[in-house]
Design a protein around this ligand. Sequence first.
Ligand code: MTE
Ligand code: MO
Length: 587
Amino acid sequence: MFDTTRTTARVPAAVAGLVAAGAAVSVAEVVALVMGRSDVTPLLAVGDATVDLTPLPVKQFAVDTFGTADKLALFIGMGAIMVAAAALLGAAAGRRRSIGGVGIAAFAVVGLAAVLTRPGAGVLDTVPTLVGIAACYLVLTLLLNVGASYAPGGAPGERADSGALRRDGGAGGTGGGSGAAAVDEAGGVAVEDADPGVVHAGGARGDGEADGAEEAEEAEDHSPGFDRRRFVLVAGTAAALSAGAGTAARMLAASGPGTRTGVGDISLPRPADPAAPVPDGADLELDGLSSFFTPNEDFYRIDTALSVPRLDASTWSLRIRGNGVEERTYTYNDLLNRSDLVERDITIACVSNPVGGDLIGNARWIGIPLRTLLEELGVVPPSRGGPADQLVSRSSDGMTIGTPVEDVMDGRDAMLALGMNGEPLPYDHGFPVRMVVPGLYGYVSACKWLVEMELTTFDAFDAYWVPRGWSARGPIKTQSRIETPRDGGALEGGTTVPVAGVAWAQTTGIDRVEVSIDGGEWREAELAEEDTTDTWRQWVYQWDAEPGDHEISVRATDRDGDVQTDEHAPPAPDGATGRHTVQVTVA
Ligand SMILES: Nc1nc2c(c(=O)[nH]1)N[C@H]1C(S)=C(S)[C@@H](COP(=O)(O)O)O[C@H]1N2
Ligand SMILES: [Mo]
């Protein structure tokens, strides 16, 4: 399938491999964009599949090491592997062209497997990968030929062991031959088309392959057959074209087509049931203390999405189905125009949040009460004999999140949220609709980019994180954190130092926060006003700081009288416990 009469020296061949791989990625991005499926390109699919297949300890390591930059780190790692593989393959294909074909086929298999295993993927989703692979093959062949160090004209002959499918036919005689023209023009004798694995009669010439490889070794890139300027020109043009097209495709995909209804096109109605104003004194407004509401731009983001879904609200719909329900589909306008929009302040938190960590945020949400909606469809909670104990939410990107039906119907403010801090949900936080359930960690409640809800049982279905080592049920554990002073801080002595932070016990409320200095007696901190039992509560302790090194610890007590445990537990499987402690030095 490659012109085996000629070989290409190592450096130009490696460059050919790199440019060909770049062309594959870019062409696939462009084709996916044209097909309106820019969220299932092979690059993203391989990344997604990697995330899905990564074992929990590695994932935890990635989150611990890179934090929310874990996705960037993954792309950089994938990029490095691709660059190395493409250069090595190119160099190998320079010596023996058939290696190029085999390598490209291997990439094709990985790409296609990743694409086809994405949730909701169909046969059409393989098209970008296939076209990308064809482009890769053509560019590699072209560049290897332009970079060949060996003049054309090996004696014609068929390779007996080629294994490639052969077709009879005249030179360039089929529609796929446009790339072949370029190959020909470059001085080759091969007549190839875009189908990997298919070659025209006469396309493979076998003799001299081994000799050629040896000669290439010696010839290097100053051999008479190698026109360096021409190679640089062709390779540079191919690289620039694919970089330009690929970047443009990504940018267009990110901005989305013009007719859609995005975040910027929506104005939320006034909720029928607005939140009560936040009491004065709920936000202590101290230096170093986070604001009571977390601005959307600063709100933590945790999800498995390598490219944030940008759904179109005008075509979005939510289907609700399952055990004991009348199936129904809602459009965005159905939800937006409902008369029972509520507004609630709720602090959501991630199960991966370590003690003292910042994977927690507080927002004012606008949405539809989930209980009302489910009751309209005839859903009965298990405590009243309903057949379903698990509500499985599905996102457009295939995430599944399982929530106890009992919890979303027990009277707490579980909702399908459309708004966050006075704005339509940002794309990062689930536009157009997500779930928010007070008192449950995000991985069991807060499905973003929601498209389907199914009433089922915990026995019948494991949601995404469950087989990955996380508990099926995840109530938020009572916690407290010291925000100021910072761990390792150096303080001025001789004054009182405000030690301050937040504590949370969603659905129950915080009744007491205590601080201990150097393991001494627990002293009660002053609590900020409570907004709701579903929000975090600020606290401050005025500390007479003595010079020296000190350790400050905090603990909270909820309204049931339960004191936050000091027993240390890691985030997996159902949330970290232990007490937040900071070390400071007072001058
Ligand atoms: N579609 C989707 N929804 C998701 C997730 C996800 O990976 N995909 N992650 C969940 C987790 S683990 C958390 S903690 C919250 C975080 O919501 P945020 O990113 O808006 O803060 O979203 C939840 N909803
Ligand atoms: Mo999470």
